[in-house]
Design a protein. Structure first.
Length: 95
């Protein structure tokens, strides 16, 4: 706890908003998965917001590579990234 009374966690937190995330097998999936695994291995709490995988290339083995400590939230919104970019524009860095 700091002098101001705010509790600071020893672990850092990271939020990723990614369209391509396991079990989707797309080119961007592998970059995001590797980064999430790296963060988890180095003591970060990672959370991912992604889309529900429907009708695309799905690889169940990719899902098994996501660390159990990663919190994954899936949405049915097929145009998630486009909607975020419209709303937040320059505030968002797309990977």
């Amino acid at each position: 706890m700091t002098a101001s009374g705010i509790h600071q966690s020893a672990r850092r937190r990271w939020l990723c908003i990614a369209y391509a995330f396991p079990p989707l097998n797309r080119s961007g999936t592998h970059r995001t998965l590797a980064f999430v695994r790296h963060l988890a291995a180095h003591g970060w709490d990672a959370s991912v917001i992604t889309v529900e995988p429907t009708g695309e290339s799905i690889d169940p083995q990719l899902q098994s590579l996501v660390p159990a400590t990663v919190d994954v939230t899936r949405t049915a919104c097929p145009n998630l990234i486009e909607r975020i970019m419209q709303k937040f524009g320059e505030w968002v860095i797309a990977i």
